[in-house]
Design a protein. Structure first.
Length: 162
């Protein structure tokens, strides 16, 4: 059985001067993550009504709802290939732009086949946006504050789901 050592860890000794978090930029990242999750949940909350209006069967609706999430889930691991080559702020911007473009295609779609490309594009954007926001936050945050700041990111994401 795995055991953790007893006791309270002591303070971390570093030669770095005490850095303060850049709260303005952190707040922007939190707001982007919250907005991303609000937009992310548009499809599960409103998608079935749109797809029913377009004549989709319940099985097609379920499949189309999964396309967006599956595309985002498959795209997110690919972020590691972009992380070293491109600035994570630009990748976050690209991801959010793709997300918006995808939802624009979905909103303009007049048929099920017209909605599908929008869901795929939005999923690609979502898969790029969230990992790059986390990377941006981690790079920006001083080491001593990282746990608290990342916990705040989780709160922003959960509030966006609410």
């Amino acid at each position: 059985m795995l055991r953790l050592p007893r006791g309270v860890p002591g303070p971390v000794q570093t030669d770095e001067a005490e850095e303060k978090p850049r709260w303005g930029t952190i707040a922007v990242i939190y707001l982007l993550a919250l907005a991303y999750m609000v937009v992310f949940y548009l499809m599960p909350a409103q998608g079935p009504f749109l797809l029913q209006f377009l004549g989709a069967s319940p099985a097609s609706t379920g499949l189309l709802l999964g396309v967006f999430t599956l595309t985002a889930a498959l795209t997110a691991p690919g972020y590691s290939g972009l992380a070293g080559r491109f600035d994570h702020r630009r990748v976050a911007g690209l991801g959010l732009l793709l997300l918006a473009a995808g939802w624009g295609v979905v909103s303009a779609g007049s048929s099920i086949s017209g909605v599908l490309p929008g869901l795929i594009v939005a999923g690609l954007g979502g898969g790029l946006a969230l990992p790059s926001l986390y990377t941006w936050l981690a790079e920006l945050t001083p080491r001593a504050w990282r746990g608290r700041i990342v916990a705040g990111m989780s709160s922003a994401i959960f509030l966006g789901q609410f």
